[in-house]
Each structure stands twice: as C-alpha cells, then as structure tokens.
Design a protein around this ligand. Structure first.
Ligand code: 0O2
Length: 215
C-alpha cells in the first residue's frame, strides 16, 4: 500500500503532467449530457412529461482515481488506467419512476453512438448497505477533427427515492469517515432503503392505474 506522502506525490504528478489525459473524458460527458438533453426535450414536447428528473455529470477526482488505481492494483500509467478504470467520466440520471430507469437503459442500448460494456443492477440486487441504482459502463463515440474515439463512462440511473437514500447515506458515512458506522445504524439504513423502495413501487402502481384508467 502506498503511504500518504507517495499518494500526494502521485496526485501532484498527475496534476502537473496529465492535463491532456482528462480531455476525452470531458468530451464524453458533454456528448452524453447533450444526448439526454435531447431525450428530455423530445419527451416534454411529445408527451408533456420527461423520464429525466435531473442529470448530473462529474469527473472522478484525482485522489479518488489514485485510490481506485491502488485498490485495483492497476499500474500508474495512462494506458493502464484508460484500459482498466471505467468511471473517470460519470453521469447520474434521476427519474421519478422505476420503469423510467429501464426505459432509459433501453434507449442507451439502441443508440449507435454508444456501446454498453457492463450492467450492474443494484435495483434487482441491492448492495449489502441497501444501495440501489442501475449502473451501466458504456463507451461513447466521440468524433474529433481527425479521429473517432470510444470513451468509457459510468452511467448511474436511479429514482428520486433511491437518490435521496444514497445521498443521505453518503453524508452519514462521511460523518463517520475513518470510523465504523454503528451496526444498528447500518441495519436501520437497510430498512430505510426497503421502505423507500416500497414508496417507489406504490408510485409506479398509482401511475399504472392512472395510465390505464385516465378519467
Ligand atoms: P466516486 O469517484 O466518488 O464517484 P468496479 O470494480 O469498477 O466495477 P466500482 O465502480 O468500484 O466497481 O463499484 P460500484 O459499486 O459499481 O460503483 C461505485 C459507485 O457507486 C460509488 O462511487 C458510489 O457513487 C456508488 N455506490 C456504491 N455503493 C454505494 C453505497 O453503498 N452507498 C452510496 N451512497 N453509494 C454507493 P465511488 O466509489 O464513491 O466513487
């Protein structure tokens, strides 16, 4: 395990010498964001409703990248990181309903300018923490002035209820950073995740009832 001083050296080296490394990932984020802005606009225009509540993009922070590279025992070279770390560019899409999560996955699947490399369905198979979300590792096509690149990105799609749970749990864990969150609190978080999923299911049921019997 690299010690803290070495970690700091690595972060500083990356900051100093790897400026160009992150550019294709920025391009991928712009591309994906604009694809979903089009979906949003199209749906609002056609149906007066969009499956997308909100969308956020983020670049992995350098300390978080260094930690992951160490954890996965990937060599500290640009080539090795490009080939092994797929969430440098990250997109989070929040929907109102569970069905919309999978509808957006289908949308990505059908596009010619993206390829799904891996699906991690933490809605069907929640994490032990109670975390629920659909994760897709994709490659998105970028056309530059002299090249065509396929850049990896991770897309997390989840409902507002799942997002509320995840961001609150993250804040609680952050408060305990370096310390273990008490066992009872962990169990309570799992229960809260189940309760919020019931809310999602009931909302879906209500929507389906209203759609099949609008009057
Ligand atoms: P960051 O940089 O802060 O966003 P891999 O080996 O690469 O396939 P990976 O990516 O480590 O696996 O694991 P995973 O679990 O598929 O995705 C990690 C991301 O999912 C995390 O990002 C969180 O955004 C989210 N996540 C996973 N588990 C939990 C959880 O229990 N609670 C919450 N709140 N979020 C979770 P990072 O790793 O924090 O990176």
């Amino acid at each position: 395990m690299t010690n803290e001083t070495n970690k700091l050296d690595i972060v500083q080296t990356i900051l100093k010498n790897w400026q160009g490394f992150f550019i294709p990932y920025e391009m991928a984020l712009n591309e994906i964001k604009s694809d979903f802005q089009i979906v949003d606009l199209e749906w609002r225009t056609k149906y007066g409703y969009s499956p997308i509540e909100h969308l956020k993009t983020r670049m992995k922070t350098i300390p978080s990248l260094v930690e992951k590279v160490e954890h996965k025992q990937v060599p500290f070279t640009q080539e090795a990181i490009q080939a092994n770390i797929f969430d440098i560019a990250g997109v989070r899409i929040v929907t109102s309903f569970i069905d919309d999560v999978y509808m957006l996955k289908d949308h990505i699947e059908q596009r010619d300018d993206s390829r799904i490399l891996k699906v991690k369905d933490y809605i069907q198979n929640p994490k032990a923490s109670g975390y629920k979300s659909l994760h897709l590792v994709i490659e998105t096509k970028i056309i530059t002035s002299n090249d065509i690149l396929w850049i990896p990105a991770e897309i997390q799609i989840r409902t507002s209820a799942m997002d509320f749970w995840a961001s609150t749990e993250h804040k609680l864990n952050y408060k305990y950073h370096g310390d273990t969150i008490p066992k009872e609190a962990k169990q309570q978080l799992v229960e809260l995740s189940k309760a919020s999923y019931q809310l999602d299911e009931q909302m879906s049921l209500l929507r389906n009832q209203l759609l099949s019997n609008p009057s």
